[in-house]
Design a protein around this ligand. Sequence first.
Ligand SMILES: [Zn+2]
Length: 78
Amino acid sequence: MGNYQICDFCGNLSEKTSRKMCKSCEDGYIKVRSIVEKYPDTMVIDISRQTGISTSKILAFARNGFFILKEGTIEGME
Ligand SMILES: [Zn+2]
């Protein structure tokens, strides 16, 4: 026990992961990332529409250093 964390993105208590986010946010992150990698010029609003993940959460990923925000689009980070 004690292997839990508060997710930085939705505030849910979840099992610890390397990315400090819960499993469902991590799934979202991976979805967003796969679109960004294939289509780097996709607008955040379109990524949101395609993935069903809110723009505010996508922007939160960017704020936390998972993506770089660029004029309405985002770029993957390595
Ligand atoms: Zn979460």
